[in-house]
Design a protein around this ligand. Structure first.
Ligand code: FAD
Ligand code: PHB
Length: 393
């Protein structure tokens, strides 16, 4: 079976779905291919923080109604260390900007709903996806659905298939310069049916390791613990997780963490990764397919949104008027923001985690940096400005 579309999009995560939606609004047709089921992608628990600019984009693109109703607007975060909390106030440090806590899977639910309501094609549970012809003007995507083989002939392919996808491998070796760091720890994350015991996120630095308190709604708490990189979930029964969270998060002035039934748990490795370039011929990579950040700066989903904001404009210009300037500048435009987020995520990660081979030197630097960040308006402004994110150009 052979079909045609203007933009073939691999991956129905935030990047692929939002790109398809933005292109539709610009009058450009696309087909999204996803190897998982709709049920799976709509329930995959991942990131939770949206910067101001992605929130504004989702709202102005007509997919922000539920986000506006149910998203929790946060005007600060807390850095907790030495047994007490220190608040960083975003609006006063950033000219009024804030973040919104709204689960990534809710963004995915809203985007799938909008695409299907507009008659868009999002094909789930496809298999054996491969791409070729990216150096020609008619690149192709092949896949199987059921037992049938299919081919889509496109003008452009967007690789939005995440870090483990297949599109990045299609870049020729000499075009794929990879910059990478792995960290000597991972995050164990849980979702619990428990009312959040604090109104804002808490990033806790503790001698036993980092912990993060976050939330999804007035009934659901999201929590993370720094663990060893090779840690197995089986060694972490719920009681051990709660005990460790209490130890790392609780303060000397009596703040206590609410417990509740654990609804989900998983371990996420920590990595920084950038593929330069993000485009070759008629293949454009966006989101985790091109770059990964450790989650400490809450930047992953935000970068995916920022990439496709740039890409939708570039492809609209390319496919409507044949002008190539935005498409040719795509990698360069995105990588500027990507490297700022890479630096911020690396900096937050380095400041807040225990390093296993530390002889005490790193810990003293961390305490000095934390003290400085919460006492100097200049240092606090730098954190706040990066956390709420740069405006889109
Ligand atoms: P993805 O959301 O990964 O979407 C890619 C899609 O492509 C997926 O639906 C996948 O199933 C599909 N796909 C893959 N291969 C193929 C193929 N061959 N054919 C068809 N489809 C394919 N960020 C944070 O800020 N905070 C967090 O707490 C956090 N936790 C995370 C936990 C995990 C386990 C992971 C993997 C990431 C986490 N992130 C977090 C990062 C954030 O979730 C990502 O940055 C974000 O998902 C990027 O969106 P994306 O659309 O680029 O990629
Ligand atoms: C989350 O709520 O899942 C979350 C929040 C902040 C982070 C990472 C994850 O830095």
């Amino acid at each position: 079976m052979r079909t045609r579309t203007q933009v073939g999009i691999v991956g129905a995560g935030p990047a692929g779905l939002l790109l398809s939606h933005l292109l539709h609004r610009a009058g450009i047709e696309s087909i999204v291919l996803e190897n998982r089921s709709r049920e799976y992608v709509e329930h995959r628990v991942r990131a939770g923080v949206l910067e101001q600019a992605p929130v504004d984009l989702l709202k102005s693109a007509g997919v922000g109604a539920r986000l506006a109703r149910e998203g929790l607007v946060h005007r600060g975060i807390e850095l907790r260390f030495g047994g007490r909390g220190h608040r960083i106030d975003f609006p006063s440090l950033t000219g009024g900007r804030c973040i919104t806590v709204y689960g990534q899977q809710e963004v995915v639910v809203d985007l799938i709903g909008a695409r299907l309501a507009a008659g868009g094609q999002v094909l789930f549970e496809v298999a054996d996806v491969s791409i070729d012809g990216i150096e020609t003007s008619a690149p192709r995507i092949r896949y199987t659905s059921g037992s049938e083989g299919h081919e889509i002939v496109c003008d452009v392919i967007a690789g939005c298939d995440g870090f483990h996808g297949i599109c990045r491998q299609a870049l020729p070796d000499h075009q794929r310069h990879v910059f990478e760091r792995t960290y000597p720890f991972a995050w164990l994350g849980i979702l619990a049916r428990a009312a959040p015991s604090h109104e804002e996120l808490i990033y806790a630095y503790h001698e036993r390791g980092f912990a993060l308190f976050s939330m999804r709604s007035p009934e659901i708490t999201r929590l993370y613990l720094q663990v060893a990189p090779d840690e197995e979930l089986a060694s972490w029964p719920d009681e051990r997780i709660w005990e460790e969270l209490h130890t790392r998060l609780e303060t000397d002035d009596g703040w206590r963490l609410n417990e509740g039934p654990v609804l989900e748990k998983g371990i996420t490795p920590m990595r920084s990764y950038v593929c330069e370039k993000m485009q070759h011929g008629r293949l454009f990579l966006a989101g985790d397919a091109a770059h990964i950040v450790p989650p400490t700066g809450a930047k992953g989903m935000n970068l995916a949104v920022a990439d496709v904001h740039v890409l939708a404009q570039a492809l609209t210009e390319l496919l409507k008027s044949g002008r190539r300037d935005l498409a040719d500048a795509y990698s360069q435009t995105c990588l500027k923001r990507v490297w700022r987020a890479e630096h911020f995520s690396w900096w937050m990660t380095s400041m807040l985690h225990r390093f296993p081979d530390d002889d005490g030197f790193q810990q003293r630097l961390q305490r000095s940096q934390l003290d400085y960040t919460v006492s100097s308006p200049a240092a606090a402004t730098s954190l706040a400005e990066n956390y709420v994110g740069l405006p889109f150009e």
